[in-house]
Ligand binder design. Structure first.
Ligand code: MG
Length: 169
């Protein structure tokens, strides 16, 4: 038995903010605005996992009206969301993330994002896919106003296999 969930997030660029994606601080002249650290990769993936478990969404689990989540480390929220789905008897099997940004170039940072996500989710790097693309200059992403992230996650029942297939490593 498997369950599949999808997630989407977008954030607006602003001056004077660090650009944090997948837990990695990426050099850029602007960062993303938000109540938390605005890590849209972590947010989209959190929603994908929660969606797969039919466990609501990031806004329900971590309301932005709660001062505790001001400037929150979204990778910690991601880890917490994984604990929530694990408490429901599911665990992450694999996930796939697409980051859509006109700038900066994200491909050089994909390996670091992948490693960090795997570490926080306690899975192998081969169970985490991160892809980056531009929006061909179109729309709000193309104009550099912000970025968007799509994510998909597959959950399998706990307990997980003690060692995932070597082909995933
Ligand atoms: Mg968000």
């Amino acid at each position: 038995m498997i369950r599949v969930g999808t997630g989407y997030d977008s954030h607006r660029f602003a001056e004077g903010r660090p650009l944090i994606l997948g837990g990695i601080t990426i050099p850029h002249d602007r960062g993303l605005t938000g109540h938390s650290d605005a890590d849209a990769v972590a947010h989209a993936l959190t929603d994908a996992m929660l969606g797969a478990a039919a466990a609501g969404d990031i806004g329900r689990l971590f309301p932005d009206t709660d001062p505790a989540h001001k400037d929150a480390d979204s990778m910690q929220l991601l880890a917490e969301a994984h604990r929530v789905v694990q408490s429901m008897g599911w665990t992450l099997f694999q996930c796939d993330v697409t980051v859509i940004a006109q700038a900066p170039k994200l491909a050089p940072h994909v390996p670091a994002m992948t490693m960090r996500l795997a570490e926080v989710l306690q899975v192998l790097p081969g169970q985490v896919s991160v892809k980056a693309k531009t929006n061909e200059g179109m729309g709000f992403i193309g104009r550099g106003e912000g970025i968007a992230v799509l994510a998909a996650a597959t959950l399998v029942p706990l307990p997980p296999r003690s060692s995932p297939s070597p082909s995933l490593a």
